[in-house]
Design a protein around this ligand. Structure first.
Ligand code: GDG
Length: 520
């Protein structure tokens, strides 16, 4: 990989540099190999790009991310009118950084060790090296005084690495997945480095207040820093500064999705789906990446037992389970796929009749319109993760239900559960409770369903992804860059005992109640 130019040199040379820079593990476009061998880029419209596109355009922003393939660095290019900077990962880095440290160490650790995390020193080394390259790219492409917004668990060291090079930029970081309790986080051999990496930011955003509280506790325990409310006081060459950690629950483009769900072609497709399913009274739906955090097996177990007990099943009720392919080179994901497919086959083998199948299992990805049609076709949406930062599927279902019908069964262990009070909340580990809740959701009266759906729709409409981004960025903007509040003491140089609790003492009030700040 060729070395990046020194940041200030690049900026001075080109007169360029962007006032707003997004740093995410992935670019908002996918590389397409054309039949003639040329490479082109196709938009991969996710929630994040929808939210940030207007800000990117207004500020002439740049988006730094990986293209998703092993190979050389694509470098800066333009696609769909956006300035993109493609990062390269070698095949070894894809293995050690992406599949290894990101998806087989951090992902299971941060999701309450549902699968055992693996700790390998050479994976950590790859994580440090890749984070350093992303930080260097951010330093190169950010204008003086720019706002840099870094995303997710793959890039937790970037805030500190960037701050060391560029004291002039304002740095925000958003964690899309949960931040675990300290007893779990403490397993990470590099816990102090990760906390210090994140503390390079001015503002750290989490999905739930509990995640922000867990992070603040990790600061006290892993680094001995003091926290006060939602701030951590850190030292540095420019003097002490406060880092803020708070909840900014992410959302979706509610209006855009609601409009898709109103289109006649989408509504027609929803009717067709119900028809090909045999016009059951009740269509249950699950939509997940095929990931062990999503509780797909728990859902299937509950549904299978409801069938065994004759409480649910075809022709009256059918389950459609979309399990989009994910991380197929990681061992735990291959095992999960085998287990899910075995379970589906068993249920269907035992309960199907010719022309009537209890579980329609789809291991595929679909266009957005087809997803909207599925949401429209479903009477009951099953969202049963064992742990999930937010879960956008729950919000998407709600956004599509323009007629206020439908019921959402939602795990307590999702960020969405903090917001969607109208859902039927469940503990997916409690299979009897899950069965009863699914049964209750299938028999809810239309009036109660409408009351529940209306309150959820209000929430999803008001707090959409644009508001999420605007709230985060205005909060970041309100923090004086590199400011050193008066009278503070730095504990970075000599980490003393935590003012609240002491590094290894009983958790203080913060740990139990969370920081005061939920940004909205
Ligand atoms: C992480 C956190 C947090 C799925 N299959 C297809 C498809 N999807 C779309 C869904 C939804 C998205 O993928 C999945 O988002 P989730 O939030 O449910 O889950 P993760 O992928 O684990 O996302 C999560 C999120 O980041 C954002 O911060 O909420 O907690 O784990 O939008 O609709 N979309 C299409 N075809 C598919 O087959 N078009």
């Amino acid at each position: 990989m060729p070395p990046m130019p020194e940041p200030d040199a690049a900026t001075a040379e080109t007169g360029a540099g962007h006032d707003f820079v997004v740093v995410a593990s992935r670019l908002p476009v996918d590389r397409i190999e054309e039949p003639d061998g040329r490479t082109s880029w196709r938009a991969s419209p996710g929630g994040l790009v929808t939210a940030l596109e207007p800000v990117m355009r207004e500020a002439g922003g740049a988006w730094i991310g990986w293209s998703g393939d092993a190979g050389p660095e694509p470098g800066p290019f333009e696609a769909n009118g956006l300035h993109l900077v493609g990062m390269g990962l070698s095949a070894e880095e894809v293995r050690d950084f992406y599949e290894g440290f990101c998806n087989a160490t951090l992902w299971p650790l941060y999701h309450d060790v549902i699968a055992p995390p693996q700790f390998h020193r050479h994976w950590w080394d790859a994580y440090v090296a890749v984070n350093r390259r992303f930080a260097q790219a951010a330093a190169t492409h950010a204008a003086r005084g720019a706002t840099v917004w870094i995303h997710d668990y793959q890039l937790q060291l970037v805030p500190q690495m960037l701050r060391r090079q560029r004291g002039d930029v304002r740095i925000g970081f958003f964690n899309h997945i949960p931040f675990p309790g300290y007893e779990i986080f403490a397993q990470l051999p590099w816990r102090r480095q990760v906390v210090e990496g994140l503390l390079g930011a001015d503002l750290l955003g989490f999905q739930r207040r509990a995640d922000a509280a867990n992070f603040l506790r990790a600061c006290r325990r892993a680094t001995g820093l003091t926290t006060k409310g939602s701030t951590v006081r850190v030292g540095g060459p420019a003097g002490p500064r406060d880092v803020h950690a708070a909840a900014f629950p992410i959302s979706i483009d509610s209006a855009g999705l609601s409009q898709i769900a109103q289109r006649e072609d989408v509504r027609k497709r929803a009717r067709e789906i119900r028809e090909v399913l045999g016009q059951p009274e009740i269509v249950l739906l699950g939509v997940d990446r095929l990931d062990y955090t999503k509780g797909i097996l728990h859902r299937l177990k509950a549904y299978g037992e409801l069938l065994n007990e004759g409480r649910l099943g075809p022709p009256q009720a059918v389950l459609v389970q979309v399990a989009s392919p994910s991380r197929e080179r990681v061992e735990a994901y291959r095992e999960l796929r085998d287990e899910v497919e075995l379970t589906v086959s068993r249920i269907n083998g035992e309960h199907a009749e010719v022309g009537s199948t209890p579980v329609h299992y789809l291991h595929q990805s679909y266009p957005r319109e087809e997803m909207a049609a599925l949401y429209l076709a479903a009477d009951v949406m099953l969202v049963t993760p064992l742990r999930d930062g937010m879960n956008l599927v729950a919000k998407e279902y709600v956004a599509c239900r323009n007629d206020e019908s439908g019921a959402l069964v939602l795990s307590e262990f999702t960020g969405a559960a903090d917001e969607l009070g109208g859902a039927f909340l469940v503990n997916p580990h409690d299979i009897e409770g899950l069965k009863d809740t699914i049964a209750r959701a299938t028999t809810v009266s239309p009036a109660e369903a409408r009351r529940r759906m209306r309150s959820m729709r209000r929430r999803v409409r008001e707090y959409d992804v644009a508001r999420w981004a605007a709230t985060f960025l205005s909060t970041l903007d309100s923090i004086p860059a590199g400011a050193a509040p008066d009278g503070g003491t730095s504990s970075d140089a000599a980490p003393g005992p935590d003012a609240d609790t002491g590094p290894d003492a009983t958790p203080g009030p913060d740990a139990d109640t969370g920081p005061d700040a939920t940004a909205y």
